[in-house]
Design a protein around this ligand. Sequence first.
Ligand code: FE2
Length: 446
Amino acid sequence: MMSREQNDRITRVGPADPAGRLLRRYWQPVALLEEFDGQQSSARPVKAVRLLGEDFVLFRDEAGAWGLLDRDCPHRGADLAYGRREDGGLRCPFHGWLFDVTGRCLDTPAEPAGSRLCERIRQRALPVREAAGALWAWPGEGEPPPFPALDCFVAPDSHVFAFKGLWECNWLQSLEVGIDPAHASFLHRFFEDEVPGEQSYGRQFRSASGESELPMTRLLREHARPEISVEPTARGLQLLALRRIDPHTTHLRLTQHLFPQAFAIPLSEDMTIVQYHVPVDDHSNYWFAFFTSFGDAIDKERMRGQRLALHQMPDYRPRVGRANQYGFDAQEQVRQTFTGMGHDINVHDQWACESQGRIQDRTREHLGTTDRAIIAARRLLLKAIDALERDPASPLPGLDAGALAEPGPPTVDAIGPGGDIDALRSFALSLDARRRAVARHREQPA
Ligand SMILES: [Fe+2]
């Protein structure tokens, strides 16, 4: 249990809030590139973006450069998201003031000829970069850090797929579901098993565990008390969850917490996911998932199609949610699924997070042994927030040269032998190293 002050301290994201200040030290994904590729309703490369409780306009100028500017025109505050894209920038429709991607004012055409007003005007502009199928912004002061060498940033474009979705709750509780290995045995429990190896969207837990003949659904159902170990890494925390099937057989799931707001999980033998939870404001967040394949190129059209069908444009708001009770069906809950909310595990996770309230009241919670990664992650967060308050130049997790250069992160879902947790961790890491060593995209020029 924590105090209200502590809960506010780790959840609230405004520019003056402690967690908000910390998050602004890290690159944030702000949009998918596909939002501008012409398939969406509005291909015009100008879009309002709300990030960390602040409003911006994201646009691409005629030369192809991206800018992210404060959304209110510095003249009299009109909305630049309705701006005209012309003459090397974005022009406010109110009086024609024109801004380039760096926030420089290029023109104030209603002012008298020879006016030098422009020279004194500067709109705040955040640095923007394309990476892993998304646009990323740096909301911090000074020089942005380099991108980390995570799989999704170093693999060729053909092997990376990005998607996003809006959840109506605080970013931290959304992150915390990703570092909670025990919930899968309950929240994602299905009473009937599928044929191993059969894959369909949203049923990752039914088929993730390579090599095994044991249906994942049965494994999770019958082994509901995982042993969980949590270790610090340069980037956050490494989690290993063990489910002992018999003395010689263990199910292993190795996942990562990537400070401050992402986690990495295995999707299949060939694919890993890094998922960021990006605050829109205190009360909602986007998950941005970055899928990286170690095997064949990704069939992005298929993956996008499956996901687009479940989301409403232009906000990527899930079609199933609070407004329609997450599709809850009492009969289904009796006969088929633990939740009664269908077979899409993303909907289950969304319900778990959103039903905690817009900001979970952590003064009323009671944590157990399975929450040890959540406890460790909150400690890291509080520690970093404290350090930053004491000294703005404090080193922060994941941002030193060693952490940024580290490849990975390792993620594994597999059946292994018996043994103690250290031996099984080594075994899991060796499996991850093996798939990296033979990754097909490594053979191709990036
Ligand atoms: Fe889940």
